[in-house]
Each structure stands twice: as C-alpha cells, then as structure tokens.
Design a protein around this ligand. Structure first.
Ligand code: B1M
Length: 212
C-alpha cells in the first residue's frame, strides 16, 4: 500500500503510534508536508466523519482517530510552520462556546503561524466576551472563530455583534470557518471573512490585515 493510503487507513483505525511513524516515514521519503496532511491525515479523517455520520462507528472510535490525527500533526507541525520570521500581525483564535472540536482550528493556527502571524489560541468552548477581551488586550487585528456543530454556529454571531457594540469594527476583523460554516452564513452574520479550509483562512486573514 502506498505510504499515504496506509497513513489514512491507520488514522481511520485510530492507531496513533502507527500514524506518528507513518508521518515521519512520509517526510523521510521526501513527500511534501501539505501533501501528507491532505492525502494522508485529512483523507483518513474524512472517512471517519462519513462513517460516524452513517453510524457505522461510534464516539470512542472518533476519539481514537482524533488522537491519531493529533499525533500526526505533532510530527508535521514544525514542517508546516516557519520560524524566526518577523511577525505579520496578531490573530486571536478559538473554537466557540459549547464546541470542543479543535483539530481544524489547530490546523488554521499552524498555517497562520507558518505565514508569520502571532496566534493567541484561546482553545475550545470559548465564550464570546473572552474573544473580545483577548483582542482588546493583545491589539490583534483579526479574531478567528471555528465551529463544527450547527448548534454552536450562532455563537459566532455573538462575537460579531460584540465587536460592533464595542465600536471595534474598524480595527478588529472577524473570520469564521468550520465544516458547517458557509460564505452565506458568514455574510448573514456580518463576519468580515470566511475560510473554507485552513489555507483559505490564511489568505483571508492576510487580505484583511493588509486592508486595515
Ligand atoms: Co464531532 N461531530 N461531535 N467529534 N466530529 C462532527 C462535527 C459531525 C459532523 C459528525 C457527524 O455526525 N458526521 C457532527 C456534527 C453534526 C452537526 O452539527 N450537524 C458531530 C457531533 C454530532 C459530535 C457530538 C455532538 C457527538 C456526541 O457527543 N454525540 C460531540 C460534540 C462535542 C462538543 O463539541 N460539544 C462530538 C465530539 C467529537 C469528538 C470529541 C469525538 C471529536 C473531536 C476531537 C477534537 O477536535 N479534538 C469529533 C470529531 C473528530 C468529529 C469529526 C469526525 C471530524 C472533525 C475533524 O476534526 N475534521 C466530524 C465529522 C466531519 O467534520 N465530517 C464531527 C478534520 C478537521 C481538519 O476538519 O474541523 O472541518 P475541520 O476543519 C477544516 C475546515 O472546516 C476549516 O479548516 C480546517 C482544515 O482545512 N476550518 C476553518 C475549521 N475551523 C476554521 C476556522 C477558520 C477557517 C477555516 O477561520 C478562523
């Protein structure tokens, strides 16, 4: 089996040590980190998402796959990030209140750091006011919000409203993303940007930082 197919399969099975070793082996074989991420790790997680949705696997299986994904990302992180470059700006990042999904958010953080941004990662289950507090004290130009559940998407609107209420709209932009979040939803809540994936989130942050 080719290295990336095997990596995706081991992720699906939640074999964290095999994923760690497989990610290293793929790097040693000269494969590009972005390719390993997309065709290995993310492809495996996409299969897990489909199986979970069809009730073919259950929550403990998803937790094991998530742990394996983190193991692979630990190995990849230094290869996706860029060290020692001057900072391009500051971004406050987090998963909204009620939502514990952080794999996609972490990936956005890795790529933002790789693009030279300082990332203040507030973690998961973050209340709206906490995003504002962090943006105000750090002077960040962008708040990045992640949500994976349809039930937590409305929390994004609360952050956008708070930014407007506090008169920060000119200085602090809000970028939203996550599997159920669409451009139409982002427009509907008045967010300044939407990222389909981590790469497009970085492009959007860059464009917004340049426009401030
Ligand atoms: Co959950 N889960 N989960 N889960 N989980 C989903 C999201 C679900 C779609 C699965 C399904 O039914 N098929 C479903 C949501 C249904 C819905 O809302 N309509 C679901 C559910 C129901 C739940 C629970 C409620 C299950 C339960 O308890 N019965 C529960 C909720 C817990 C909570 O949050 N309160 C739950 C729990 C969990 C685990 C803890 C087991 C685990 C998370 C572990 C972790 O994150 N540390 C988990 C996982 C792993 C998933 C799936 C399988 C995979 C998510 C993932 O990590 N994908 C997921 C199925 C799916 O998404 N198809 C599912 C890989 C990741 C790289 O992609 O996060 O989409 P993603 O990020 C992408 C883009 O979305 C984007 O860029 C990333 C990379 O390119 N992006 C941004 C993300 N954030 C962005 C921010 C941006 C821009 C782009 O700007 C700032």
């Amino acid at each position: 089996m080719d290295l990336l197919k095997e990596l995706a399969e081991n992720l699906r099975l939640g074999e964290d040590e095999a994923v760690r070793a497989g990610t290293r082996a793929a790097l040693d074989a000269g494969l590009a980190p972005g390719e390993i991420l997309r065709t290995g790790l993310l492809a495996g997680m996409a299969v897990v998402g489909g199986e979970f949705g069809r009730r073919e696997i259950f929550l403990p299986d998803v937790l094991l796959a998530a742990r394996a994904m983190q193991a692979g990302m630990e190995v990849l992180r230094p290869h996706l990030a860029r060290d020692g470059a001057p900072e391009a700006g500051r971004v406050v990042l987090g998963t909204v209140q009620g939502d514990l999904h952080d794999i996609g958010k972490n990936l956005v953080g890795i790529l933002l750091r790789g693009a030279g941004y300082e990332v203040i990662d507030l973690g998961t289950d973050v209340p709206a006011a906490r995003f504002l507090e962090a943006a105000e004290t750090s002077g960040a130009g962008v708040i990045g919000l992640s949500a994976l559940l349809t039930t937590t998407m409305p929390r994004m609107a609360e952050v956008v409203s708070l930014v407007r209420e506090r008169g920060l709209g000119g200085r602090v932009k809000v970028v939203v993303g996550g599997a159920p979040v669409t451009q139409a939803f982002a427009d509907g809540i008045g967010a300044d940007g939407w990222g389909f994936d981590a790469e497009s989130a970085v492009r959007r942050v860059k464009a917004l930082m340049e426009s401030v």
